[in-house]
Design a protein around this ligand. Structure first.
Ligand code: BTN
Length: 323
């Protein structure tokens, strides 16, 4: 942990009590001037400290900002989120994560932003990420897997988000193939996975998650009115993003470890219990055109199997599904 992380952890552990400058200085091995500078920096980020002569400092308020230190303190993962890049505003966390991947950043590197100005959705769409409301994150994975297994990790991510929502706020969400997370039929989260491959091996995989946490109805753009929702809308109260993000990372790591050890089968089973698409008549829209049929299930690689009227089965790799 670096000094800022240690400092924040000390204040959090103190539970609102004062810690003297002398004690902080001794425990962190830095000068009191350095501590003061760090505290001033935190203040600029929205933290409120009370400073009293002879008593020291106490943390009065920690804002819901997804800065690296805030995420790191209390994070119990081994790999995911061990290296964090936070941006108050960025074009797209996917682009930044791609850049880091090319520079050789390690597996688990997390890019997170408060706002995205050019957020990317699936099939070339725009993803809206207004400031101060949502979780926009991209994770770098480097699984030693064959190329065709890549869709499995998208489905795995959807399972991790659904299970986190249930644990964190008691919400029962569903998955619309491949990876839209819905609450009461409205989209609350989108997942975008981008792949860098070398011959037939995955070189790196960028898993992007856009979760609408505190968006209010009036803040959704016109084109998604009526089809998008947020956790705040569904719960009727705002939620803190940092603990939610920490839990997504924890659950994702747990599932990723399970997947690497036991393969896709146990993840597939869980995915199927949350899927709304399976066993329904669906219309599939791809950039090439549309087709209708009965969604039979997913195969071992996560591809959607659609039975057509003539009895044949079409494999769908990437599309929009209408139920
Ligand atoms: C979709 O449903 O179309 C996928 C949306 C994915 C959005 C996330 S937000 C974080 C990451 N950065 C991006 O630019 N896109 C993904």
């Amino acid at each position: 942990m670096n000094i800022r992380e240690n400092l924040l952890q000390m204040f959090k552990q103190a539970g609102g009590e004062f810690i003297s400058g002398e004690e902080i200085s001794r425990r962190l091995g830095v000068s009191r001037t350095a501590i003061w500078k760090h505290i001033e920096e935190f203040r600029e980020e929205g933290y409120v400290f009370e400073a009293v002569r002879r008593s020291g400092y106490r943390l009065v308020f920690a804002p819901d900002v997804m800065i690296a230190e805030e995420i790191k303190v209390g994070l119990s993962t081994r790999v995911l989120g061990q290296k964090i890049y936070y941006y108050p505003s960025i074009d797209s966390t996917q682009n930044k994560c791609q850049e880091l991947a090319k520079e050789g950043a390690p597996e688990g590197t997390l890019v997170v932003a408060d706002q995205q100005t050019e957020g990317k959705g699936r099939l070339g769409r725009v993803w809206h990420s207004p400031p101060g409301a949502n979780i926009s994150m991209s994770l770098l994975l480097r699984p030693a897997l064959e190329l065709q297994k890549c869709p499995q990790l998208t489905l795995l991510t959807a399972v991790a988000v659904v299970e986190t929502l249930h644990e964190f706020c008691g919400i029962s969400a569903q998955i619309k193939w491949p990876n839209d997370i819905l609450i009461n039929g409205k989209k609350v989260c989108g997942i975008l996975t981008e792949l860098n491959a070398e011959s037939d091996r995955i070189h790196s995989l960028i898993v992007g998650i856009g979760l609408n946490v505190n968006t209010l109805p009036e803040h959704f753009p016109e084109d998604v009115h009526g089809i998008a929702t947020s956790l705040r809308i569904e719960k009727g109260e705002p939620l803190r993003r940092v603990p939610l993000l920490q839990q997504i990372l924890t659950r994702l790591e747990e599932l990723y470890d399970l997947y690497l050890a036991k393969g896709f089968a146990p993840v597939k089973k869980r995915w199927e219990t949350y899927a709304v698409t399976i066993g329904k008549k669906v219309t599939i829209r791809t950039l090439q055109g549309s087709l209708s049929g009965y969604a039979e299930g997913i195969d071992e690689s996560g591809v959607l199997l659609v039975r057509r009227e003539d009895g044949s089965v079409t494999k769908v790799y990437s599309a929009d599904v209408e139920i």
